[in-house]
Write a protein that binds this ligand. Structure first.
Ligand code: C2E
Ligand code: CA
Ligand code: CA
Ligand code: CA
Length: 279
């Protein structure tokens, strides 16, 4: 079709155009949301399997869109990455998570680590080391209470830069975990050069551990690999008692999942932390 533009005519392929316009819409709204405080964080507890205590929380971005309702991070993180908004978005997430965790500690709640996701693109395009140290300074959070969740794709994109960045982050005393572990086919040979603290077993494996011997074998192998490298193993997406029992029996260190709790708004996570202390 032909559409009259400002000056003259422009040609559009109708299907592509609808998607592209939709995309532009989402991008404009996301930019607005980052600027106007339209994003929030939910916190999912991370549990120590030995004593059942909450030792941390993963911060997960949420966007309540004025017309579309809740947009999931699986949909808006890719938009942010493709539009360059991942810079300001990631900065906001990191700042908000550190600010919130410091506020909890100031209020006398039991100290927990807050884990923040960094996308591979964010890791490649921005100086996360400088950003992180500036935010820790601004918020006053001790670096021991911040963990960054990195992905194998970040490690593979530029392995030497990744090794160097993880070293610098470790020098700041921040914890590091490798997220979605087992899905990215990164070279195991590099693993001992990454200055990381834990492997986060991807939820697709955890999902099937009870029914599928293959997944069970992978999960067991990841736990053993982690331990032989002196790393902790954390399982995500734990939904059932049977999965929990399997993980316990195989010496997994920590877990996270709907079985214990969904990601919660800050106020609800705070209430959970308070009730923990009264136990
Ligand atoms: P992820 O880092 O692998 O986060 C785990 C996802 O699994 C979260 O989805 C969480 O809500 C969900 N989940 C937790 N427990 C269970 C369970 O027991 N069963 C099932 N089926 N799912 C569970 P969510 O919050 O939709 O986030 C999706 C992805 O978006 C995250 O995957 C992460 O890659 C990305 N993301 C979220 N927040 C941020 C952020 O602030 N920055 C960046 N760069 N990425 C983010
Ligand atoms: Ca994660
Ligand atoms: Ca994950
Ligand atoms: Ca994932």
């Amino acid at each position: 079709i032909k559409v009259a533009g400002g000056q003259g005519f422009r040609f559009y392929a109708p299907a592509m155009n609808a998607r592209a316009l939709e995309r532009l819409d989402l991008e404009r709204d996301l930019r607005e949301a980052i600027r106007q405080g339209g994003l929030s964080l939910h916190y999912q507890p991370q549990i120590d399997l030995r004593n059942g205590q909450i030792i941390g929380a993963e911060a997960l971005a949420r966007w309540q869109h004025p017309r579309r309702g809740w947009v999931s991070p699986g949909d808006f993180i890719p938009v942010a990455e493709e539009s360059g908004l991942i810079g300001p978005l990631g900065k906001w997430v990191l700042h908000e998570a550190c600010r919130q965790n410091q506020a909890w500690q100031t209020a006398g709640l039991p100290p927990v680590t807050v884990a923040v996701n960094l996308s591979a693109l964010q890791f490649a395009a921005y100086d996360v080391v400088d950003l992180t140290s500036a935010i820790l300074r601004e918020t006053g959070l001790a670096p021991e209470y911040l963990e960054l969740e990195l992905t194998e794709s970040a490690a593979m994109a530029d392995t030497l830069a990744f090794i160097e960045a993880t070293q610098r982050l470790k020098e700041l005393s921040i914890s590091l975990s490798l997220d979605d572990f087992g899905t990215g086919f990164s070279s195991l040979g590099y693993l001992r050069q990454f200055r990381i603290d834990r492997l986060k077993i991807d939820q697709t494996f955890v999902n099937d551990i009870v029914q599928d011997p293959g997944s069970a074998a992978i999960v067991t192998a990841i736990i053993n690999l982690a331990h032989s490298l002196n790393l902790a193993a954390i399982a995500e997406g734990v939904e059932t008692e049977a999965q929990l029992q399997f993980l316990r029996a195989h010496d997994c260190d920590e877990m996270q999942g709907y079985y214990f709790s969904r990601p919660l708004p800050a106020s609800e996570f705070e209430a959970l932390l308070r009730s923990e202390r009264l136990l």
